[in-house]
Design a protein around this ligand. Sequence first.
Ligand SMILES: NC(=O)c1ccc[n+]([C@@H]2O[C@H](COP(=O)([O-])OP(=O)(O)OC[C@H]3O[C@@H](n4cnc5c(N)ncnc54)[C@H](O)[C@@H]3O)[C@@H](O)[C@H]2O)c1
Length: 415
Amino acid sequence: MDYDIADPSLAPQGQLRVEWARSRMPVLASIRERFERDRPLAGIRVGACLHVTAETANLMSTLRAGGADVALCASNPLSTQDDVAAALVASGIPVFAIRAEGADSYYRHIRQVLDLEPQITMDDGADLVTTLLKERPEHRPFGSTEETTTGVIRLRAMAADGVLRFPVVAVNDSATKHLFDNHHGTGQSALDGILRATNLLFAGKTVVVIGYGHCGSGVAARADGLGARVVVVEVDPVRALEAAMEGFAAMSMAQAARVGEVFITTTGNIHVIRDEHFDVMKDGAILANAGHFDVEIDLPALEARSTGKRRLRHELDEYLMTDGRRIHVVGEGRLVNLAAAEGHPAEVMDMSFANQALAAEWLAGEGKSLAPGVHRLPEHLDDTVAAIALARLGGALDELTDEQARYLGSWEMGT
Ligand SMILES: NC(=O)c1ccc[n+]([C@@H]2O[C@H](COP(=O)([O-])OP(=O)(O)OC[C@H]3O[C@@H](n4cnc5c(N)ncnc54)[C@H](O)[C@@H]3O)[C@@H](O)[C@H]2O)c1
């Protein structure tokens, strides 16, 4: 079978959305132009496990323009856009992904991509590499790329355990990825997901952001901009202090659970909202997760404590507690921006996926000689991506004078 998707007839609608995203992705377009000319991926098989969105479709076509044979499966059961999957299949790219698929189908699709014996793999969360390492000991790609913070943490743990037998490029570590995608992308799109599911007014609400890292600081800033009273929960004193100096209230989760009206987890950690917090939450509390896995809110514990559950709206579930309080969960506790909205806007995915395309090119070239382990893309590529994106925003850069460059390079700096 060369694809497994929900409905091939959705292709025309998906094509239009892919085209719209493409018009907002100038950095990737400039890489595509060069790839068409130079074909740096000629004959290379790329297996990708990424959110199947309109932006990802543009990454796939860019890799193909570079000469790669690409195949795609989903990196989350609830993030696939079925019309985009259909558009990709119509354009001749194998896709194995169906929105709201169960765990069996999700992993069967990952294995179908691995059956193509990819020489480069691309991950968002490291599920493809994990499955490969566990189940295909004989298969050794040139290397892999990883999109997100949680995936990089998993890969570093694999490297520390000595099981990672090929190089992986941590795309998330590029400045033009995490400073923009995680911060501005998740900041905006996590709220977009909550708004689409609830149509809530943020102004005047107490919004608790749990985890004030690259994603959480973006979510807090956007909630603040909408007029919410923002509370931040952190375990890292420096990040908690940063939040406090931005004007947010830093609290423990035990304190925040009692005052919050909307809770958004962005930690990449397990059970940050759990039974003792459900017990003290206000009636009507709304919970959403923007971290990679659906483990941040302990949903089995919430299920166990509730007497009933109703789906109120698209991606909005109400849990009825024994004392009559209602607790709401958006997007089944999965990445709220992808489950309840369309994921990050194309403008930030442009930079993230420019890094992915450059990482694939790097692995296919000099990267082939990299040692097994987790690597960063060379820093000059960050500068290239940033300069193109800045120019497309109408911004300009200044340059050091020769005198200034000499001054910064010397140690005799006084007068
Ligand atoms: N929704 C999306 O589209 C999207 C995009 C990028 C990243 N992510 C995911 O979001 C998560 C966060 O990514 P990031 O780049 O912000 O990571 P980060 O490391 O910059 O931030 C995570 C923060 O959470 C804090 N934290 C950890 N455990 C905590 C706990 N129990 N209570 C309170 N705070 C805690 C850490 O101290 C840290 O400051 C990851 O799972 C990442 O993969 C999602």
